[in-house]
Design a protein around this ligand. Structure first.
Ligand code: SF4
Length: 179
């Protein structure tokens, strides 16, 4: 079995079946994404894995250049109430954290997961990295690392669009940087 096939078997074992391999060079990083975090997101400064606690856009770009293999994971869901999103996100992010650990233990020392949404491993987050309750498991979302998720997933052939209300199906994405 090739190394890629072994990783895919691991993804399936962890119940992640909707994914695509990408070249990390195709990850689009943009300054405007950080501005959207800074002006317009109520998690700015309130989640220990969100800006301003994440690296600068330049550092993020350099970080992605360290990798040559990555996978995008797709999750589709519609919810009855906006607050229902959090429980769904928490479960997915906890499972993604376990997958990162399994990929690391399979010998991919650089394995690093970007969660599907802001880190929601705890019911209530904190406003600084130093206070993080699960520092070994906490990971940022792609957008917290300056990734233009729209452009990146469209390049990978996945669907994404601006939604008008919560009854519409969300298309959310996590990214695993492998090696
Ligand atoms: S692990 Fe908990 S405290 Fe740390 S960033 Fe995630 S939700 Fe916040």
């Amino acid at each position: 079995m090739t190394d890629i096939k072994k990783l895919e078997a691991l993804f399936h074992e962890h119940k992640f079946t909707d994914f695509r391999w990408i070249d990390p060079k195709d990850i689009v990083v943009a300054q405007w994404v950080r501005m959207k975090c800074r002006f317009g997101c109520d998690e700015y400064g309130r989640n220990a894995c969100c800006p301003p606690h994440t690296p600068s856009i330049e550092e993020c770009e350099r970080f992605f250049r360290d990798y040559r293999t990555a996978a995008i994971f797709h999750f589709a869901k519609s919810v009855d109430k906006p607050e229902d999103r959090h429980a769904w996100t928490r479960g997915i992010n906890a499972a993604l954290s376990k997958l990162e650990q399994a990929v690391f233990l399979a010998g991919r020392v650089k394995a690093f997961m970007l969660f599907m949404d802001s880190c929601t491993l705890c019911a209530k987050c904190v406003s600084s990295r130093a206070e993080c309750k699960k520092p070994k498991l906490a990971r940022p979302a792609p957008e917290a690392m300056g990734i233009d998720v729209f452009s990146t997933v469209l390049k990978a052939g996945y669907p994404i669009e601006v939604l008008n209300d919560y009854s519409q199906q969300m298309n959310r994405y996590a990214i695993l940087l492998v090696e």
